[in-house]
Every structure is written in C-alpha cells, then in structure tokens.
Design a protein around this ligand. Structure first.
Ligand code: T68
Length: 826
C-alpha cells in the first residue's frame, strides 16, 4: 500500500487567506457555511463568533504547522513548561493583534453588517487557573512565542475552570464554569493520538541477567487525549503550541466490565476516569491533598513526558543526550511527580542504568517555587502515593536514600539535619515533601521575586542552599505588555507609541523614554485624558454588568486578587470603615473627604470559611456606606462578582491607586502590582514580594510605602504579638472594630461578623492591627497627593516609564540565561 499522498495539494504549503478585507469576508462567509452549516442571514450570534474565531485561526494555522516542523527539524534545545494551570483570558483579541488583523476583521465584519464588538463580548474566557500562578504561565507562553523560544506548554484541559462567583445576600455562591458549552473554536482535539496513563496496582521484582529489578503492574488506565491550542507570537509570524490533556475512559477498561454484564458499573467506571480532567481545584495556596488532585497531576505530566519523547525526538535518539534537547520547567510543585515518572520511563521502559538516568534527570528539570506559606508546601501521604503510584513511591524512596547518604557523607550523622532534609516527612503522617523532591532533582530552583528568593534560601530551604551551592536563583516575575498594556489600554498604548514609536511592545525597557515626557504639560494632559476615558469605559462596563454607578471625579482605589488572609483585604476594610466612621461620628466633614470608589475583585476558595466571611463583610460595609446619606456619596464600595482576566483588562487601566498590602514576607511576588504600575496607577504597598523592586525602580516619591519590614515582622512575632494592645492604643482602630462588632453592618446582629472581630483581636496571624496605623497614615498621604492632580499624573507617568523591567519577556530572558540555556530559534 502506498502511503504517498494522492493529490498534489497535499504537498503544497498550507494556504493562508489573503490579509485583505475581501479575503477575510470570503473566509468568514465560507466558515459560516462549512463550519457552522448556516448562512449569514440564519447565523446565530454564536455562529458568527465561532466563524470569526475560525477565520482568525485560519490565518494562524500555516505558520503554526511550519513552526512545529521547524522546531522538530532543528532538534534544538527546547522548554517544556509543565503547569497545572493556564489562566488564558479571551483569545480573539490577542490573536487579532498578533496577526495584525484587527482593522481588517473589523471592516470585514462591518461589510457583513456585524459589529465585531458584539462578537468579542460572546467569548467565554478559559479560566483554567486560580490566580497569579496560572496567569503567570499564560504570560510566559505569550513571551516564549513572541521571543521565538523553542517551547511547548503542557497542562490540563479542565472541563470546568475556576468557578463563577455570584453573591446572594452579600455572600459568595459558586457556580460551575461550563466554558465549553458553546464549543471552543481555538482548540484542535486529537482523540486518535490518545495516550494510555496507568494508575494503581502493585510492583513486582524480577530477574534480568542476574540483576533484580522492579516493575509496575498497574491496576487501571485512562486515556489522555491531547487538545492543541495555538499561541501566537506578537508580529513575528511565530505560533507555539499549548497542549492540554483531557481524560477519557479506555475502551479496554469498559469492555471488561461490560462483558461481566454490569452495564451500570461500566458507566460509573467511565465517569470515574473522566473525572480526572473534570474540574480545576479552586484552592489557591492551600492544597487539600485530595486523591483526585494527585491523579490530575500524574495524568498530565505522564502524558506530557511520553508526548515529548515520542513526538519531539528523532527515531533512535540517544537518550543520554536529553539534557541537550529539553528542560522541563516545573511550575510550582503541582507537576513534580514528573521527576519519578521520568526516572521510571528511563529505567523501567528504556532500560537505562539508575545512575545514568538520575544524572540525566537532574539536568532535565528545574523548579519554580511560588510561595512562602508553610501550609502551601504540597505533601502527599505515603499511603495515598503508594496506592495510586506504587512504583513511583519506590523510586522516590531510592532518590531519598541516595540523597540522605550524600548528606551524611558531607555533614556526618547529624540526625536533626537528616530529618529536616528528608524528602519523606515522618509526622504528623508519613508523607512526601514535593518541594524537597523538586529541589533535589532540579538543576535550578528559583523564587519569583528578589525578596522571595532570598527568604526561600534563608528560611524555607536553608539546608538545601548550603548543600547545593549555586542551585538557588531568582527570576522576578513579569507580565505580558501585549495583553495588559497594548490590548487592555489602547489609549495609553497609542500615547506611548506616538511618543516613542511602536518598539516598546517587544522591548519594554524603552518605556524609559517617557521620563522626559513626564515633564511635558501637554503629554500630562493627554495622559490624564486617557485615564479619564478608561474610567468611563470601566464605569460603562460596571453599569452594564452589575448595575453600579461609579461617581465622576472619584479616585479609583482598587484591590483585586484572590481573597486570602495574608493578602489582607481586612486591612482595606478597616480603612474604609475608619473613613466612614470619621464622617458619621462628625469628626470629619463629608465635603472635606476626597471622593473615592473602592473597587474589590476577589474569589475565595469555597472551603475557606474566613475568606468567605470577609467577602460578606465587604459587601455588608458597601451596602451601608453606599446608602448612608451622611456620606454624601464621597465613599463608594464596589465589589463586582466574578473577577477574572476579562474584567481585569478593564479595571487595571482605569485605576488610580493599586493596593498591594500583604504582610511583609508572605506574598511571593505579585503580578497584579506590575500590571497596575505599568498602566499608571500609583501603589500603596508593603515591602513585600515584587513591591520591593517596583519601589526601587519608581522611587520613594512615586510609591506609598507603609508597614513593617519582614525582619520587623519576625521580631514582633518572637517578642510575642498581642493584637489587642494595638486595639487599645489606637482610637481610630478601636472605633472601626467596635463599629463592626456593634452590628452596624449586619442590621444590629452582633454575631455575624463576631468571628472576624475576635480573630483580629486575639489571633491576627497576618498582623493587620500591627500595620493599621501606618496604613492609615499612608492613606492620608495618598489623599494629600491626589489633591494635586498634575503632580499625581507626573508620578503615574514615571511609574510607567520605570517599570519596563516587569515585562514577562525579561523574565523569560532571565530563565534562558540562568536556567534553560536555550537559544532562540531564528
Ligand atoms: C502566586 N501563587 C503567588 N498560587 O501567591 C504570587 N497555589 O505572589 C505570585 O506572584 C504568583 O503565584 C506567580 O508567581 C498562586 O497563584 C496558586 O494559584 C495555587 C494554585 C493551586 C495550589 C496552590
């Protein structure tokens, strides 16, 4: 049988439609007909959206296929980015921008009588992540494509992304995020390329030429079906791949049970298997150690490693050369089970000697840590790991034995040190410390901001830092200027391009050129106009979305991020309550108060009771403050539900003040802080995470610093922190807390927020009360500064000019220089 293509077209390059309005119209109408089976007159809005997206996709496919071919042909070293989350945001606009098709598509649709904005609004964003970590992965694949780095992103195609948040009586209620219901035009499913992923069973030993070896006899399988997504580089003609895996039941598995006649059980088994990629765990920072989560983790990394070995290498590739071909970057501990899986593949399947395999593994992985909270460091009980992945547990034990032997050799039988460094923790339950495993296996370990990397070395993993000199490094996070400046803030982008030319979109340090413009009154006036226009856009969005009315002329004071006690939304609430209490107690006249709209966006993990109470309190405070005539509308509290990437793109460009107020030493980096500064909001913030670097760059005059430093936090803890003392000593604080406790925000019911109040007074793990006075003083400085609008605008422009460092392109360059050593593919 000949496998030769029977048609000459099969050999021709993939056609790309002509980049003209006519070409676009033709392709769009054709897609309506051929993809949707409708005509222009019978098409539903969703048909139109899908046909539009498909048309944009058609412009990308040829480049994409060419890139895949080139990457394979070059056999150059590439990055496999392993991440359980990608918080992508909407795709249409980003792809239009990358392909320079925005104007053409707009005109083409207008020619068909369609307003492209109406179709834009129909796209449901893929919310396949919780927060910063997932969004960072999305920024990184954007930069990798834009910088032509040979790479692929691997992850999970969750059927349900991060839950949709609604409020009922001010309280969070979660709704499933059925983002795929109307179909996604951006994905290519390849069920025929499914891989089999195994779980459970047992291991057995056998003799191989006089050597006793171990092998895995799994208990059950699922299929991993790849879904490919195109990741378009900005104006460079490159298109990378994001490959997300979906779990599907295997035929074989079903058949066995079907044959036994138990139909109902067979269907249940199918559901069990398919549950693996059903839903994103909505826990940010506090992993719950659930079995299904470990299944998710192993499922996607096992499929990804197999995929790389089978499809990216030439046949007969010498596996000892793998470190010249690939680096697997572990986005937090979620994919760390890839380490024993890689060892299993090399030793059990490829019959490599253990030592050689370990040598290779240690060069093929690198680990990024995203936290400092002890409760966020992932551990898996030995019982669960042994039950789900018995062979992997054996491998982890051997890695640990050899590692601890090396530690003994170096430091002697220092049992305390051995216990502290062991990958296996003995109490409270025997478990595997995934961060330790990643540190032992990784060629490099990095934190995500200077302060974080320093604390990681000094506080979290000091013994490892001592044992592995040179292993620890820093790569400060970044954000993509394409989505968060060029797309989200077209007004500002236009202003910058007028001033500096268009190069800044791929070379963000060029923003430095704006410094001199900060001195130019005309430029400042234009900047102020852009900010005002962005506020009107946000105002329209919030009116249409939530029925809110943002008052004209108010400062927009914004705190958007996951709800977590360490991020201290409570501190923000205390500031609002204080401002309110000062008015209603008559200590301050409403007319003397700077008008402010406090905008919150925050989802709480569904099981995080305190976080949900704080959401309730914010809404309750808003209800009272917004409707109290004594306030005369000077203070507004707006909490639009379901904060996501799409809303972020509207909120951030409109903000005046960015709230980055975590307790020092707790926020690994933050990335929202960078997005705000790049859009010309001034930051009020603690010396935490990347705030430190932002402040160093923009200068003290253009940043509102407050609060204890990390060493001061440590010192107060060791001295013995008593929050009630701060309550006693500060009248404003006392009045604010008393007002909450009195039931003023709960119709006189003192029980509703009592747990928040007593937590603050008698526990306050994140030292809200200790930083309160300093925060209020900083807010008073903010009010004073805002009174001089022209000076404020100047500071805003300087923030933009000096934050070019925070491009994710720079982060990727740092990863390349310090960790990956992968030259760009030119
Ligand atoms: C964030 N981490 C950090 N975690 O909190 C933030 N965790 O400081 C940093 O800027 C960002 O990572 C990027 O480095 C997270 O977002 C999670 O979302 C998460 C999800 C599941 C389990 C644990």
């Amino acid at each position: 049988v000949s496998s030769k293509p029977s048609h000459a077209l099969a050999l021709a390059p993939v056609p790309t439609p002509p980049s003209t309005v006519d070409g676009f119209v033709k392709q769009f109408l054709e897609n309506l007909n051929l993809e949707r089976g409708v005509t222009l007159s019978t098409a539903s809005p969703n048909d139109r959206y899908i046909a539009l997206a498909t048309t944009v996709r058609d412009f990308l496919v040829a480049r994409w296929l060419e890139d895949i071919r080139r990457q394979k042909e070059a056999q150059a070293k590439g990055v496999c980015y392993l991440s359980a989350e990608y918080l992508l945001g909407r795709q249409l606009d980003n792809n239009l921008l990358a392909t320079r098709l925005t104007d053409i598509a707009t005109e083409a649709l207008a020619a068909c009588g369609i307003d492209i904005d109406e179709l834009r609004a129909l796209e449901v964003e893929p919310g396949l992540g919780n927060g910063g970590l997932g969004r960072l992965a999305a920024c990184f694949i954007d930069s990798l494509a834009t910088m032509s780095v040979p790479s692929i992103g691997y992850g999970i195609r969750y059927e349900y992304g991060i839950f949709r948040q609604t409020f009922v009586d001010g309280q969070q209620v979660e709704q499933p995020d059925a983002w795929l219901t109307l179909g996604s035009p951006w994905e290519f499913a390849h069920p025929e390329a499914a891989q089999t992923i195994s779980f459970g069973g047992y291991t057995e030993t056998f003799d191989e030429g006089g050597v006793t070896r171990s092998r895995w006899v799994p208990g059950w399988n699922v299929q991993a079906v790849p879904y490919n997504y195109m990741v378009s580089g900005y104006h460079n003609g490159r298109v990378n791949t994001l490959r997300l895996w979906r779990a599907v039941a295997t035929d074989a598995f079903d058949l066995r049970i079907f044959n036994s006649g138990d139909y109902e059980k067979a269907v249940r088994a199918q559901t069990y298997a398919e549950n693996i990629s059903k839903v994103l765990y909505p826990e940010d920072s506090t992993p719950q150690g659930k079995e299904l989560r470990l299944q998710q983790q192993y499922f996607f990394v096992a499929a990804s490693i197999r995929d790389f070995l089978d499809h990216m290498l030439t046949p007969g590739f010498d596996l000892s050369k793998l470190p010249d071909r690939v680096i697997f970057q572990l986005n937090d501990t979620h994919p760390v089970i890839a380490v024993p899986e890689f060892m299993r593949v090399l030793v059990d399947e490829e019959h490599m000697e253990w030592d050689a395999a370990w040598e290779i593994t240690q060069q093929c992985f690198a680990y990024t840590c995203h936290t400092l909270l002890p409760e966020a460091l992932e551990v898996w009980s030995v019982e669960l790991l042994g039950r789900l992945l018995p062979r992997h547990l054996e491998i982890i034990y051997r890695i640990n034995d050899e590692f601890l032997a090396a530690v003994r050799e170096r430091f002697g039988d220092d049992e305390m040190r051995i216990r502290n460094m062991s990958i296996i923790a003995e109490s409270p339950e025997r478990s595997v410390r995934m961060a330790y495993l990643a540190t032992v296996a990784g060629a490099k370990v990095n934190g995500v901001a200077e302060l974080h990397s320093q604390l990681l070395r000094e506080k979290v993993l000091p013994d490892f830092d001592e044992f592995y000199p040179g292993k620890f490094t820093n790569v400060t996070n970044g954000v993509t200027p394409r989505r968060f400046l060029r797309l989200a803030n077209p007004g500002l982008a236009g202003l910058i391009t007028d001033a500096l030319g268009a190069g800044w979109t791929v070379d963000l340090e060029r923003l430095r050129g704006l410094e001199s413009f900060a001195e130019d009154p005309e430029f400042r006036a234009r900047f102020a106009e852009v900010k005002a226009a962005n506020k009107r856009v946000l105002s329209d969005v919030l009116r249409a979305r939530d029925g809110f009315e943002v008052s004209d002329g108010h400062m927009l004071d914004v705190m958007v991020k996951r709800l977590h006690e360490y991020k201290r939304q409570m501190l923000k609430v205390l500031h609002i309550v204080t401002s309110y209490e000062r008015i209603v107690s008559g200590r301050v006249r409403a007319e003397d108060v700077q008008g402010r709209a406090f905008i919150f966006g925050a989802k709480a993990a569904p099981g995080y009771v305190m976080a949900k109470r704080i959401i309730h309190l914010i809404n309750a405070v808003g209800e009272v403050v917004n409707n109290d005539p004594r306030v005369e509308g000077r203070l507004q509290v707006l909490f639009p539900p379901n904060y996501n990437v799409t809303l972020a793109e509207r909120v951030i460009p409109a903000a005046d003040l960015s709230e980055q107020i975590s307790l020092a030493g707790k926020e690994a980096s933050g990335t929202g802080n960078m997005k705000f500064a790049l859009n010309g909001a001034l930051t009020i913030g603690t010396d935490d995470g990347a705030n430190v670097e932002i402040r160093e760059l923009v200068g003290d005059d253009n940043f509102f610093l407050f609060g204890m430093t990390e060493p001061e936090v440590e010192e107060l803890w060791t001295r013995g922190y008593k929050p009630a003392e701060f309550y006693q000593q500060d009248e404003d604080l006392r009045r604010a807390i008393d007002l909450i406790a009195s039931g003023a925000f709960s119709n006189g019911d003192r029980t509703v927020f009592e747990p928040i109040v007593s937590n603050l007074l008698y526990d306050d793990r994140f030292m809200v009360l200790a930083d309160y006075a300093s925060y209020i003083r900083a807010q008073d400085r903010v009010d004073a500064a805002y009174a001089d609008q022209d000076a404020w605008t100047k500071a805003a422009i300087l923030n933009i000019a000096r934050c070019g460092f925070f491009s994710s392109d720079r982060s990727i360059r740092d990863y390349i220089d310090r960790i990956w050593h992968t030259p760009p593919m030119l």
